[in-house]
Write a protein that binds this ligand. Structure first.
Ligand SMILES: Nc1nc2c(ncn2[C@@H]2O[C@H](COP(=O)(O)OP(=O)(O)OP(=O)(O)O)[C@@H](O)[C@H]2O)c(=O)[nH]1
Ligand SMILES: [Mg+2]
Length: 473
């Protein structure tokens, strides 16, 4: 169809909507044969498919057997998602329809796409950089509205533009150093002062550091905060899970040992995505299932960003509470006295005195004041949510979502490396090395930034990123 020489020979095809019953299903084709293949299988004999115009027809098998009534749209290269000729077919979504359409195109020579292959072609054809590629997965997987916003800003190119600019600024300093080297060889005296270049590098480093400061919040925004609820049996862990989720997720009974397994569910707290985990009450297990449950509970607690250590305030402390206390991590735990709607025996005022009755050497008593809550009435849950957020961020949330730039660990690693290399460059220059070695070190910093947007990349990195895509994307 087009004059353009395509990098990829194959025309690929895939179901791009969820496979199952729905009003509409989408099948996508990409590659130089897309237009021809679509024309061949449309029952109405259109002379041509104009780009970005919807055509309605029945779609038939290569033998002319009806498959479905469809709408078809053609996107001409390079003005398409992949940068190649593409066709999208909107059919009725049913297993037989989708499979038959896929079958018809493969029999005409199209190949079933690999996971992420459409996006990979878009990347290789220069339609988007690596940050934008990754943002597509983040958009699809976004666990909260705030996470989605951050992903969309990356899709739009906000981070990529910054990275390009930082990189260009570094390259500028490199060319100045290289010019100085040439002047030096020609023994000319026009060498610009080193101080100026150091100042430029410092400014770039500060900009990178500022971006890096948003990483902590950004990573939680993208990946979610892991919160687990610990406590001896029957203190109200499952009730608290349900209250935080605002739905009846876990079974609650008055029998100790109700929860056997680890139950994790997604929720949102103050706009941040969280993964709340209810665990089996930690105690000497009565049977093998409970024993495994307790093991899993301990593992979940170890791997959490924040642990809610729950007590039953209607009872005094006992050995079982102490056993749980010993397994929660110091510094990451919030103490909460549940069932405050009942007559409170255990209170914020007496809990530390109560603790003295036990051997509590291994318990972190340096924590802040316990909270008083009721999973039943909802009392104190707002404060608990506030406490979770301030615990994770060690105080206030410093960066509102609009100012969060870094959300992805891969980008963060590159940024950290770049900062380190720039600092090394500054040190070299301070020590009187405005020379080839310095230029080399700083160039490496520029390359680290190039790695973020994929100007420089390896097969392994690409494989790692694209393997996270589903077929059809
Ligand atoms: N009055 C009152 N009762 C509560 C509260 N929270 C939980 N309960 C009751 O305490 C009992 C145990 O609650 P669960 O949520 O099952 O406790 P759990 O810690 O998950 O228990 P296990 O799964 O056995 O470890 C149930 O009868 C709940 O209704 C509360 O805030 N106030
Ligand atoms: Mg439970």
């Amino acid at each position: 169809m087009t004059e353009r020489k395509d990098i990829f020979k194959d025309t690929i095809v895939a179901i791009s909507s969820p496979v199952g019953v729905a009003a509409i299903g989408v099948i996508r084709l990409s590659g130089s044969k897309s237009h021809h293949l679509a024309l061949t299988l449309l029952e109405k004999k259109f002379e041509d498919l104009e780009e970005r115009k919807m055509y309605r027809s029945f779609l038939v098998s290569p033998e002319g057997k009806m498959i479905d009534e469809v709408n078809v749209c053609f996107y001409k290269a390079p003005q398409s998602f992949t940068g190649e000729d593409m066709v999208e077919i909107f059919c009725h979504s049913g297993m037989t329809v989708l499979a038959s359409i896929l079958d018809a195109f493969t029999r005409l020579g199209a190949r079933i796409a690999e996971p992420g292959e459409f996006t990979k072609r878009a990347f290789i054809n220069g339609k988007m950089d690596l940050v934008q590629v990754e943002s597509i997965v983040d958009i699809i997987d976004a666990p909260s509205a705030a996470s989605l916003e951050a992903a969309l800003r990356q899709r739009k190119g906000e981070l990529s533009i910054r990275v390009e600019r930082w990189r260009e600024e570094i390259l500028e300093v490199i060319s100045e150093i290289e010019a100085d080297i040439d002047f030096r060889e020609e023994e000319l005296l026009e060498i610009k002062p080193v101080k100026e270049k150091i100042e430029k590098l410092r400014k770039i480093r500060n900009d990178l550091k500022k971006a890096l400061e948003t990483a902590r919040e950004g990573i939680f925004l993208r990946e979610g905060i892991h919160v687990s609820i610990a406590g001896k049996p029957n203190v109200g862990k499952s009730s608290l899970l349900n209250a935080l989720l605002r739905k009846d997720r876990a079974i609650v009974t008055e029998i100790p040992g109700t929860t056997r397994d680890v139950i994790s569910e997604r929720a949102q707290i103050k706009g941040f995505p969280v993964i709340v985990t209810d665990t089996a009450g930690i105690r000497k297990a009565a049977d093998a299932a409970e024993e495994e449950g307790v093991l899993r509970a301990r593992r979940a607690i170890r791997e959490s960003d924040v642990v809610i250590m729950l007590f039953d305030s209607s009872q005094s402390l006992d050995e079982q509470d102490i056993e749980v206390l010993e397994s929660v991590p110091c510094g990451r735990t919030i103490w909460a006295l549940n069932k405050c709607d009942l007559k409170m025996v255990l209170t914020v005022e007496n809990i530390f005195d109560e603790l003295k009755r036990f051997d509590v050497e291994r318990v972190d008593l340096t924590g802040e004041k316990p909270l008083t809550i009721s999973a039943l009435t909802g009392e104190g849950l707002d404060e608990l949510e506030d406490r979770i957020i301030s615990k994770v961020f060690e105080g206030e949330v410093l960066h509102p979502v609009e100012s969060i730039i870094m959300t992805n660990r891969r980008h963060v690693q590159h940024l950290r490396d770049a900062i380190k290399l720039i600092e090394e460059g500054i040190k070299l220059m301070n020590n009187g090395h405005p020379d080839e070695i310095t230029a080399l070190v700083i160039r490496e910093a520029a390359d680290k930034l190039a790695g973020i947007i994929g100007l420089i990349t390896t097969e392994d990195v690409l494989h790692d990123i694209f393997s996270r895509f589903c077929i059809g994307k």
